[in-house]
Design a binder for this molecule. Structure first.
Ligand code: 13P
Length: 250
């Protein structure tokens, strides 16, 4: 069976001191790594500090990586640089990066390949806008995003990839998708993986839901057959709330 995942995406929040306070507060209160992958994706500048203090039940991830090995990309971080921080995961293609930093399905694909080449595990984001949902384009959008994201990725690498379905209209709005709606979309993504790869690949890949997940909504979401965990923004910033999310996820 698929091991559940609870991943916090801190986005551009927390100074180093605030982050360390959080890490110490959660350290002995998270489920064991055999039961759950508990992950915090933090701003790049504090990743190394967090990795040093992460404890055995918490994993650390980044929120972005560049696809090039090195070069004239002012302000960017290469996959080799990221991997020297000791992080295990990296979020790729978050809708905020697509909207504000011009990331495309093509760059998402390049970034996934670059991350895998440096032993970083991608958490690949996809999801439709409100307008796309209302005009029945959700499947079409997921089809395009997933087929391009995974283009040229070997079947053997799929076990190192997590997919996160994050409908844009549910992010930071307090409007969580209904559990049925989230499960339907995650099930559709699973069917795309089956079509592009194989039935066993679809059974094995972990698919998360993200968008206003809270300690109130997490249990119902986790009970859905196609949802293996959450990618959580706001509710992951508070240590007590993150502990509760992780414990409810198992
Ligand atoms: P919220 O949980 O704050 O809606 O953010 C979701 C998200 O974007 C996680 O990547």
């Amino acid at each position: 069976m698929r091991k559940p995942v609870m991943a916090g995406n801190w986005k551009m929040n927390k100074t180093r001191d605030e982050a360390l306070e959080f890490i110490y507060a959660v350290s002995d209160k998270l489920p064991s790594v055999n039961q759950l992958d508990s992950i915090i994706c933090a701003p790049a500048i504090i990743l190394r500090d967090l990795v040093k203090r992460q404890g055995s039940n918490l994993k650390i991830g980044a929120q972005n990586v560049h696809f090039a090995e090195s070069g004239a990309y002012t302000g960017e971080i290469s996959p080799a640089m990221l991997s020297t921080t000791g992080v295990e995961y990296v979020i790729i293609g978050h809708s905020e990066r697509r909207a504000y930093f011009n990331e495309t399905d093509e760059t998402v694909n390049l970034k996934i390949k670059a991350a895998l080449a440096h032993q970083l595990k991608p958490i690949v984001c996809c999801g439709e806008s409100l307008e796309e949902r209302e005009t029945n384009k959700t499947h079409e959008v997921l089809d395009r995003q997933i087929s391009k994201a995974l283009e040229g990725i070997d079947k053997e690498d799929l076990s190192n990839i997590i997919i996160a379905y994050e409908p844009i209209w549910a992010i930071g709005t307090g409007k969580v998708a209904s559990a049925e709606m989230a499960d339907e979309a995650c099930g559709y993504i699973r069917s795309l993986v089956k079509k592009q790869y194989c039935p066993a690949c679809a059974e094995e890949i972990r698919i998360l839901y993200g968008g206003s997940v809270s300690t109130k909504s997490v249990s119902e979401l986790m009970a859905q057959p196609n949802i293996d965990g959450g990618l959580v923004g706001g509710a992951s910033l508070n240590s007590e709330s993150f502990i509760e999310l992780c414990n409810k996820a198992i």
